[in-house]
Design a protein around this ligand. Structure first.
Ligand code: PGA
Length: 250
């Protein structure tokens, strides 16, 4: 059985006090949801402050990005070791905002994923099609290309440690959530890709999250789908009650 994972991607929001308060709010009630793993991903500069608040709770800490090099002259970047050092267990990689706005390619996402894994972080690797791609009937092709470029070169031992998030770009921050059927269809497709590249056991083990306008009121029907193992939540993760409402649905 795959254990549900609900991850909050705070993006570039909140200040220090707001981050600490939100982390405290989530940590205070996290024990009410023993069946799900909960993760919060604050901006890097607040990781340490949030780490203090979630310490001793079941809430895991994640970053929203990292660089693939170990150390050196990479101005402005953060390494996997640094994330581990401040208490991270997870890192979101290849988010569509980074792919679209910051030039992140599948090849870069792959290198980051490999670096995260060799450092011992759990990568949450994002894939997803744009509206134009969906309307052109290219959803499968786009997901397959992202899968091949950012994941399929990993060893079997490595891929088993990865979490994959399907986030249709048209559903992110738009309030336009994918229907449970649309999401399930892509998740099933991803399982098929995992199974043909690796094997059925790998495909059955890996947690596949859905992301894109998930909130407490629509989480249950999404999470009820057999191949949706959790959620990557943006806007709705910025309020403890709303985020925990999603955890309750899991
Ligand atoms: P959203 O963002 O929940 O605000 O749509 C999801 C994400 O980008 O991870």
């Amino acid at each position: 059985m795959r254990r549900p994972l609900i991850a909050g991607n705070w993006k570039m929001n909140l200040d220090r006090a707001g981050s600490v308060a939100l982390a405290a709010g989530v940590a205070a009630r996290a024990a009410e949801f023993p069946k799900a793993d909960l993760v919060v991903c604050p901006p890097d500069v607040y990781l340490a402050a949030v780490a203090e608040k979630v310490a001793g709770s079941k809430v895991g800490l994640g970053a929203q990005n990292m660089y693939f090099e170990g150390s050196g002259a990479f101005t402005g970047e953060t390494s996997a070791a640094m994330l581990l050092d401040v208490g991270c267990k997870y890192v979101i990689l290849g988010h569509s905002e980074r792919r679209a706005l910051l030039g992140e390619t599948d090849a870069i996402v792959l290198k980051k994923t490999q670096a995260a894994l060799s450092a011992g972080l759990v990568p949450i690797v994002c894939v997803g099609e744009t509206l134009a791609e969906r309307e052109a009937g290219r959803t499968h092709a786009v997901i397959e290309e992202q899968f091949k470029g950012s994941l399929a070169s990993l060893s079997e031992a490595d891929i088993a440690k990865v979490v994959v998030a399907y986030e249709p770009v048209w559903a992110i921050g738009t309030g336009k959530v994918a229907t449970p059927e649309q999401a399930e269809e892509v998740h099933l497709d991803l399982r098929g890709m995992l199974s043909s590249r690796y094997n059925a056991a790998v495909s059955e083990t890996i947690r596949l999250l859905y992301g894109g306008s998930v909130k407490a009121s629509n989480a249950a029907e999404l999470l009820k789908q057999p191949n949706i193992d959790g959620a990557l939540v943006g806007g709705a993760s910025l309020k403890a009650d709303e985020f925990l409402g999603i955890a309750a649905a899991a």
